[in-house]
Ligand binder design. Structure first.
Ligand SMILES: *Cc1c(COP(=O)(O)O)cnc(C)c1O
Length: 389
């Protein structure tokens, strides 16, 4: 089965894990710090804090910034539920914003501004598919409205730009992301004072870690604010250090495969829209395609599965999920709804070849073509038997 995404893990990761086990120290320690330094350097960031997920990263950012009850936070609905969940964690209200267009499916700054109220404190921007949002438009809006800008950069790892758009950024190393630590994430914050608060909050708000106490003469510590256990461990950091080194080559492979997809789809599936056709910094995390309006997507998914190709949907819109239907009133998001009803995510990961891409496109063209043929058949039939629908 050709999977939508697949982690690349091998001998180097095994060796790195063995070294941690042999070292006798597996919880947060020197490798976590080394990973933070390497990750920050690779992304042109002054520093960062490693945590156990991107979800934790988002929670810590909002918490450290003092966002809470009574505050509103602008979020896209076209995202993973974790983006909006982080807003509920701190007791604030997510306000869903539509995407720019089917062609540019990222949270729209102009629509966001229309939804601003005196309670709006922050916006979480998602670099959908790894394509960066419009930095200038968002900085301008944030400054005019005094908003905290948070980047959910789960899709955009190993690319220049995240961290320069917002005041804070969260990355993910979940198993299906561009690099993985199985579970894991990173927080970077522009304000060094806020970053140190995040660092404290990662480990219960304690003034020293277990590892620091081992290496000092005092067993004493204080708790200075309410924190969490969002720590990363040495095993994950060791894998992360290996993966970080391999990330540039993987992202280059992703870029090449994406370009090949674009060419082949334009040729064989001219009615399929591929978002982000213009120049734009991108980590090519996923390969989204928008099917023609009248195509039965479930039938296409089924036919591709029979051909050994897994596909998925990014995303069921968050404002349509039961939890959010119950808890958050949302305005209409017609472009998000249209995009989400027609989007199909094709396989994209560094283990794939251009031949795989050609096979996927060929099978997709066949699946769409079959339906067109069948519809023609029915329409011809209906001409002779006009019946009210
Ligand atoms: C994967 C993902 C997350 C959550 O990341 P975890 O590390 O699994 O917590 C958040 N936002 C987006 C857009 C994601 O794709």
């Amino acid at each position: 089965m050709l999977l939508v995404s697949e982690p690349v893990l091998g001998a180097e990761e095994k060796t790195a894990l063995s070294e941690v086990i042999d070292s006798g120290w597996i919880t947060m320690g020197p490798r976590v710090r080394a990973f933070e330094e390497a990750f920050a350097a690779a992304h042109g960031l002054p520093d960062c804090v490693a945590v156990n997920s991107c979800t934790a990263a988002l929670h810590l950012i909002l918490m450290a910034a003092g966002i809470g009850a009574g505050d509103e936070v602008l979020v896209p609905s076209l995202t993973f539920t974790a983006t909006a969940n982080s807003v509920l964690y701190v007791g604030a209200t997510p306000v869903f914003v539509d995407i720019e267009s089917l062609e540019v499916p990222v949270i729209c700054a102009a629509r966001a501004e229309e939804l601003c109220t005196p309670r709006t404190r922050a916006a979480i921007l998602v670099h959908y598919a790894g394509a960066l949002v419009d930095r200038a438009a968002w900085r301008e809006l944030a400054e005019r409205r005094g908003l905290l800008l948070v980047e959910d950069s789960a899709h955009a790892v190993g690319v220049e730009g995240p961290g320069s758009v917002g005041d804070a950024v969260a990355f993910s190393f979940y198993g299906n992301k561009n690099m993985t630590t199985a579970e894991g994430g990173v927080v970077a914050v522009r304000d060094p004072v806020l970053l140190e608060r995040v660092r404290l909050m990662r480990g219960h708000g304690m003034t020293s870690s277990t590892f620091a106490r081992l290496n000092s003469r005092t067993p004493h510590y204080d708790v200075v604010l309410l924190g969490f256990n969002y720590r990363m461990d040495e095993l994950r950091a060791a894998i992360g250090l290996v993966q970080l080194g391999r990330l540039p080559a993987w992202n280059a492979t992703r870029r090449g495969l994406s370009r090949h997809y674009r060419e082949r789809l334009a040729h064989s599936c001219p009615d399929v829209l591929v978002p982000f056709s213009g120049e734009r910094a991108c980590a090519h995390h996923i390969m989204p395609a928008v099917l023609p309006r009248n195509v039965d997507r479930d039938a296409v998914i089924d036919q591709l599965r029979n051909a050994g190709i897994q596909t998925t949907i990014h995303y069921p819109p968050v404002h349509r999920l039961s939890l959010y239907q119950e808890r958050c009133a949302s305005g209409l998001l017609p472009i998000t709804d249209a995009f989400a009803s027609r989007e199909l995510t094709l396989p994209l990961h560094p283990k794939m070849t251009t031949a795989d891409v050609e096979y996927v496109v060929e099978m997709l063209a066949a699946a769409i073509g079959n339906q067109t043929e069948m519809r023609k058949g029915t329409e011809a039939h209906n001409e002779f038997n006009p019946e009210p629908v």
